[in-house]
Design a binder for this molecule. Structure first.
Ligand code: SF4
Length: 174
């Protein structure tokens, strides 16, 4: 394993995340670091991203790797099968989901409240939990059935990521 990958992944191997007692060796152990990190000041090429992600897909510590990179807000390279842009998006989704409950309560109090597209998953998720059905949500937020469903699916993805982060950083990760 090259020095960059070795250094970056050593925390995973040493089980530094809270829920990682005994971990297998990362699949990138013997990989060229250039596959995961772009040269200084450059972007990773599409073919590199594809190849790195393929390696991550079969990695026994993918979940730990992703949790650690999201937790650390890693701004470079491929970690846990994600690019920096994807991780930034994930962190934003998680943050917005945290505001979802409060926004949903505001919607209940004031049904004319404008909900921005990025806030929809958190609001839809919480309104469903409050017992609202998709039709009522659609009418209230002025969304089509497809938009409500899209928000529900996005919320489910964000919830899965939230659960992953909780598993690895039960003391907090944001
Ligand atoms: S998930 Fe990818 S980057 Fe992370 S340790 Fe495994 S192979 Fe390396």
């Amino acid at each position: 394993m090259g020095p960059v990958v070795q250094q970056g992944r050593s925390e995973i191997e040493s089980g530094a995340s809270a829920a990682a007692p005994e971990l297998s060796a990362p699949a990138c152990r013997n990989a060229d670091p250039g596959l995961f990190f772009p040269p200084y000041g450059r972007q990773l090429r599409h073919s590199q991203v594809t190849a790195a992600k393929e390696l991550c897909t079969g990695c026994p510590v993918q979940e730990e790797c992703l949790a650690m990179a999201v937790h650390a807000d890693e701004s470079d390279g491929i970690w846990g099968g994600t690019t920096p842009v994807e991780r930034r998006r994930m962190r934003s989704q998680l943050a917005r989901m945290q505001c979802g409950a409060e926004l949903a309560r505001s919607v209940v109090r004031d049904e004319d409240l404008q909900v921005r597209p990025a806030e929809r998953p958190g609001v839809v998720h919480n309104l469903l939990r409050m017992g609202w059905n998709a039709e009522r949500i659609g009418q209230t937020l002025k969304l089509t059935a497809d938009q409500v469903e899209e928000a529900r699916v996005a919320a489910a993805r964000a919830q899965a990521l939230h659960a992953l982060m909780e598993r690895h950083y039960p003391q907090g990760w944001s």
